[in-house]
Each structure stands twice: as structure tokens, then as C-alpha cells.
Design a binder for this molecule. Sequence first.
Ligand code: AMP
Ligand code: MG
Length: 397
Amino acid sequence: MLTYNEALTRILAQVTPLPAAETQLEEALGLILGEAIVSPIDLPPFANSSMDGFAVRASEVQSPPTTLPVAGDIPAGALSIPALRPGTTLRIMTGAPLPEGADAVVPVEETETQPSGSVTFLTAAISGDCIRPAGEDVAAGSVVLTAGTRLRPAGIGLCAAVGRSTVRVNPRPRVAIISTGDELVSPGQPLEQGQIYNSNAYSLAAQVKEAGGIVTHRLSARDTPESLREAFDQCAGADLLLTSGGVSVGDFDYVKAVFAERGTVDFWRVAIRPGKPLAFGHWGSTLFFGLPGNPVSSLVTFELFVRPALRRLLGHSDTSRPLISARLTEDAVHNPGRQSFLRAVATQTAGGTTVRPLSRQGSGMLGAAAEANALLIMPTDLSVLSAGTTADVLLLD
Ligand code: AMP
Ligand code: MG
């Protein structure tokens, strides 16, 4: 059986980023640029005022108080800008183009308007004051963002500021989710005898979204080969196909067999707890993960294997959650033989991060999993990690 590291390495070796595609800028937050963004323009594109005030020749406003007649107004966005005639001033707004002849702006706070309409400058003007020269931020022709950059809000704004409405980015992977199980009912419906609510469809969709993918299909299949075939075939062409349940050794676990009619199973089972029955394979260009049905197994195997694959498809170079070393506040125990990923709470303290394993560790116990913000990694061969010692911890938040 593959170990966690072996399985993850094997998966990532088979995943390459989706080819970059032209994407609307407003859809590109968090995505990775597949091109360098070169600005075709200076930023700002023209010299302009950084304050509401009065454009002047600084040499004319040297011994306060100085009074000058106001020859006109320049609002932001003004199309025709009068030149500044000697011996006058022009009222100017923040962002408005600097008129020809002016070399300073005096903020309105440093002036007094006279009943005649003239304006008195209370301080001396300094050439260049309150002026944003053309290109002071970005020069035309320069690279403002390099290929490989993850677009954050400021980067999105910068693309817009240089005039881009679309950018080339690695697109969001299209993910299909199939829940299997005759016992499953959608939340919102009444539960009959023997039925449970389909929680995996919801947690998986949330995990996909959080990792940057989009859920294109959400299907439920019964535990029959026919129903599974029908569901699989609707998902042809997805970038990623996730199934939950039906991948173990039960009599009605048909997922692997039905998948194998279409694609290739690369491996099945990993030496971890929870989540041993994980299956991974390919169907054309679709990556397939057959996740176990137990809600915590589904959550954890997504975290450990699907999320890194999704992030690789998105072009991220760091595919894993932060792996840190944390001090145990309580003993952590498990059955040795497989590497365990215990649901735990990690806390930042002045003395470093501490970690506390939660008590309800069953693979069906979603209640405790919902409390966890970390996975505490128990080494395969040790049954106890003692309080006060350190453990490897994957931070989920
Ligand atoms: P399976 O892997 O199909 O044998 O399912 C293992 C356990 O997980 C069983 O108790 C199932 O009822 C439960 N289970 C399977 N699928 C889901 C699901 N989508 N939501 C919640 N529980 C599930
Ligand atoms: Mg099942």
C-alpha cells in the first residue's frame, strides 16, 4: 500500500496546470497569471493635482499673503484645459490635469477666498508641490505584474488601471461531484428509516470552492452499476471527477469497477487513517478521485490529495497547506500501522503554536471534524505522542 507521501507525489507527478485562458478581469481574483502584464500607458497618464486647491506659478506665490484673481476652474475629467496666464490662478480638483504654465498646486486649506472672488495664498508655494507627475507610479512599457503572479485585489486593480478588462490566467478547474449511496437523502427532505443526509456533496463542494475550483456537476447515484454509469457519463470532460462512497470492499461498492470501464485506476488504497480506500485514476484528461464515503474520510482525503491536485491545476507552486511543528497540550494516541491524521485544534500562543487532538476521532464523526482547524500527523509506528512533545501539524485555516 502506498504511504501518504508516496501517493501525493504520485498524484502530483500526473497533474499539470490547466492552460492559461483569456478571462474577464472580475473573474480572476486568486488566479495565476499566465502572461506578464505590460502597461501600455504611464500611470498616472498625465500630470495632475493631488489636492483640491489652486494651480499656480510657484514663483508668483513667494511672500504670503499673496492674492491672485481666479481665472477659471479645472474639474477632474475636464476635456479642455485653459493654460495658466501669468498673474492668475486656476481652481483645480484632485485628479484634474495640471494646466500648462503651472508648477504647483496650493491646497484649498492654505488659502482664503475673498468676497471679490480672488484668492489669497497664506503660505509660499513650492514648485512641484501637490503635483503627481505622469508616469511617477508606472512607466509606459514596463512590466507591472510577472507571469506566475497570483492576482490579489491590488493586482486586479492594477490590471484595470493599465486598461485591461481581460487577463490570461490558469482557469478554475471544472469539478464534477458524484455522491453514491442508496441511503442518501438531500438535506431539506424528510428522512425515512435507514436514510441519512448527503453531507459529503456539500462539504466536498465547499472544499472545491475554497481551493479555487468550480463545481459544474453535482450528481447522486444509486448503488447499482447502471446508475453509476449514467452519472459518470454525464461528467465526461470535467477537469476533476470526485465520487464519494462505494469505493471500499462492500458488496455494493461498484465505483472502481464502473470507473475502470471508462478510465484507468492508477492506485487504490493508501496507508492512512482515515481514508484508506482512496482511489485515483484518469479518464482521458479528467483526473479521478474515488473518495471514501465516511464524511471525515471524504474531508481528509480531499485535504490531503485532491486539494493539492486542484492547486496544481490552478498553477500554484505551493500546493500544500502549511505544515508546522506544534507542541501537544495532551497526549495524542492512535492504532499504529497506518499514518493517522487526527482532527485537532491548533492555537497560536506567545511561546509558539500548540495543538490539541479532539476526542471524537471516528471517520464518521463530522461533529468533531467541524471543530478542527488542523490535522495532527501521527507517525505510523508510534501509538502515543506525549503531551509536551511536538508533532507535525497541517493547518487547515
Ligand atoms: P461507503 O464508503 O459507501 O461504504 O460509505 C461509508 C459510510 O459513509 C457509510 O456509513 C455511508 O452511509 C456514509 N456515507 C456515504 N456517502 C455519504 C454522503 N454522501 N454523505 C454522508 N455520509 C455518507
Ligand atoms: Mg456506500
